[in-house]
Ligand binder design. Structure first.
Ligand SMILES: [Zn+2]
Length: 301
């Protein structure tokens, strides 16, 4: 098995063994070579594809992620889920699949979760992650299984699975890269009836029912430990916003997106408080309702 800066990696073109640096890496099978730029290994086989997420938004995200109720609420839910369902998380090392600008990952690292690395399909997002975290980073192909070798302890995948065409295949790829007993914590957008143009501009293929996500995890071989909705207070808001369509006036989806990312002082504080109450309820039961779903699953030993 090849290690690059401590990460088990394989050739993205032929999935063969890599003779790994640092810097860079070369495939022993097909001879392809991969560059290391500032601690980012460009592990791509040339299929970066069309960005499923407008890179223009990355710098805005970077600024709002630490304040906006949606991002703050989501990261707290993820941390609570890890503490409850993966009690030995401090002795594992988490690798983040599709880390975006890295706000959630940096928060987990600050909260005592050991982080071993992350991958994403956008160089722009990895540049932002680099400003927040000093961990090995992989630039990977969109729409393919990430080129990871076996033996990982714990994967995070936050609002990524809904972008993937074949979600069961993607989960199966993670199952194979996990050591027996390894874990996966993930979040996805929920309630297919909320799917609208805002999902389309974010290149979402779907939103999930809890039963959909359970079935995909089952088919990939995972044992499901936790499957709960969260962000229940957002469902009525999104229903109104999305079914009436234009409470903001006749705006483009890009403008609507900028509005959704705005931090409105009173509303933001109120929502953060309501979501804290929701988390207290989640410690007792899995919620059947909410605009997102959090899951924790394990590869059986
Ligand atoms: Zn190769």
């Amino acid at each position: 098995m090849s290690l690059w800066r401590g990460l088990a990696v394989v050739c993205p073109a032929c999935r063969g063994e890599l003779a790994a640096g640092p810097p860079g890496a070369t495939c022993a099978g097909c001879g392809a070579s991969y560059e290391d730029e500032d601690g980012v290994l460009r592990l791509v086989a040339g299929r970066l594809g069309v960005p499923g997420f407008d890179p223009h938004f990355f710098s805005a995200l970077h600024e709002v992620e630490d304040r906006h109720f949606w991002f703050v609420g989501r990261r707290q839910v993820v941390l609570s889920a890890l503490r409850r369902e993966v009690p030995d998380f401090a002795s594992r090392r988490l690798f983040d699949i599709g880390c975006g600008s890295g706000g959630l990952l940096a928060f987990l690292a600050r909260s005592g979760v050991p982080v071993c690395g992350a991958c994403d399909v956008y160089p722009e997002s990895l540049r932002l992650v680099r400003t927040r975290l000093d961990v090995p980073l992989l630039l990977v192909d969109e729409g393919r299984r990430p080129p990871l070798g076996p033996g990982y302890d714990l994967f995070g995948m936050f609002d990524v699975l809904e972008h993937v065409d074949d979600d069961v295949d993607a989960l199966r790829g993670l199952w194979e890269a996990l050591a027996p007993g390894g874990g996966l914590v993930l979040t996805v957008p929920a309630h297919p009836w909320l799917f609208d143009e805002m999902d389309e501009i974010a290149f979402h293929r779907r939103r999930y029912r809890r039963s959909d996500l359970r079935r995909a995890l089952d088919l990939a071989g995972f044992e499901v430990k936790l499957l709960s909705h969260f962000m229940a207070p957002l469902v009525p808001v999104l229903t109104v916003v999305r079914s009436l369509g234009r409470p903001f006036g006749r705006r483009s989806s890009t403008e609507r997106r900028q509005i959704e990312f705005r931090v409105v002082p009173g509303v933001n504080g109120l929502m953060r408080g309501v979501l804290a109450l929701e988390r207290a309820a989640m410690a007792r039961l899995a919620l059947p309702f909410g605009s997102s779903i959090v899951a924790v699953a394990a590869r059986p030993r």
